[in-house]
Design a protein. Sequence first.
Length: 134
Amino acid sequence: MKFTAISEDDKNFIEIAMDMAEEIVYHYKKDWEGAEISPEVLDQVFAQWLDNPSEYGNNQVINSLGVALGEYMRRHLQMHWTIVTDQYGTVMAVHREQPDWTTFPFDTVSKRVQSREGNFFAAIYKMSESEINK
């Protein structure tokens, strides 16, 4: 895998997607008080979106909730956004050097949108946390 720094456009995308994530969380979780968007909150919001997806399209959910997961991991697991290029293509991911750990938030959410499977955000975070803290 090859890692390269994200661009200013990528940083702007992250900022805009976080704003959309907040909007989606507010829409589906009326009691949310604007605190940090945790993986547990993402699980709740995604489950509600699966039951009523008409308000937000698949790509909006993939991008915004993917960024929200990546941002939570960046802050809590000392990871950073990066561009990963490998035999499968080029995507944005979050990465940590020591120990070496990479998570692909957009692919993670995209797969669950396609499979209509919920309750994965907290599990992905906890697995990553466990591997990093070995």
